[in-house]
Design a protein around this ligand. Structure first.
Ligand SMILES: [Zn+2]
Ligand SMILES: [Zn+2]
Length: 150
């Protein structure tokens, strides 16, 4: 198992980067190198919400079959996606800046809308999946327990 480099090498991060239902792990090495670079450039905490998901867990939370989060210990497929917390719009800006500087070209900001129609950030999904359309920065509505299909 790769140790995730400097920023994401701690026990908590490693646990959070593993499948939250069965502990299967396997983040792509190049992805983690770039994620660590992004963390360095962002200069703010990037708390991991989600990393690798086994196919069973991915299906359960409504992820698409080719989700970049999917890890498969049988086929050797590695996960190339991470969701990190974003508590406010300044954090969103810093993290998106860091991701851009580190070369990430697929970024989705998940938001919630309050009863008074305020738009609040929730988490940021980014992946290094080159089989999917590149140069995408999108906003998606967060639904509890759902992966949003990335
Ligand atoms: Zn699992
Ligand atoms: Zn995600």
């Amino acid at each position: 198992m790769n140790n995730g480099g400097k920023y994401f090498s701690g026990k908590t991060d490693q646990r959070r980067l593993s499948c939250q239902h069965c502990d299967d792990s396997g983040m792509d090495d190049d992805f983690m190198i770039n994620a660590n670079l992004a963390r360095k450039y962002a200069g703010v905490l990037m708390v991991v919400n989600s990393g690798a998901r086994c196919p069973v867990h991915n299906k359960k939370i409504g992820g698409v079959a080719n989700s970049s989060h999917v890890v498969n210990v049988k086929t050797g497929r590695k996960a190339k996606a991470m969701d990190v917390e974003a508590l406010n719009w300044w954090m969103v800006f810093k993290i998106v800046y860091g991701l851009n500087r580190a070369g990430f070209k697929r970024i989705f900001i998940y938001i919630t809308i309050t009863k008074t129609l305020r738009i609040k950030p929730k988490h940021i999904h980014f992946d290094g999946d080159h089989t999917k359309p590149q140069e995408l920065l999108g906003i998606k509505t967060y639904h509890k327990g759902k992966s949003g299909g990335n």
